[in-house]
Ligand binder design. Structure first.
Ligand SMILES: [Zn+2]
Length: 87
């Protein structure tokens, strides 16, 4: 049985292997399946990142208060598929 997770951006469910797990490390959002602490799941898609940011979904999902630096995740996603995101 595949485990499904809900993307914090678009709120649709998807198999965990299609999603990126992110966690907070020192106030910054970082990708990583094995990072300690609470994780949130996100499609590897800037659209989903933008939606999650707009709704402050990361703070809620990760139980984090205060600003969250998403620059690292953003460049990670841009690096995954530069063509797709060259808008
Ligand atoms: Zn999504």
């Amino acid at each position: 049985m595949t485990s499904e997770r809900t993307c914090v951006g678009c709120r649709t469910r998807a198999p965990a292997e299609l999603l990126l797990r992110v966690a907070i490390q020192g106030g910054s959002l970082r990708p990583g399946r094995n990072l300690p602490g609470r994780g949130a799941w996100l499609h590897p898609d800037l659209g989903c990142l933008n939606q999650a940011e707009r709704r402050s979904a990361f703070g809620r999902a990760l139980r984090h208060t205060g600003p969250i630096d998403t620059a690292g995740i953003r460049s990670h996603l841009e690096g995954l598929a530069p063509d797709r995101f060259a808008l």
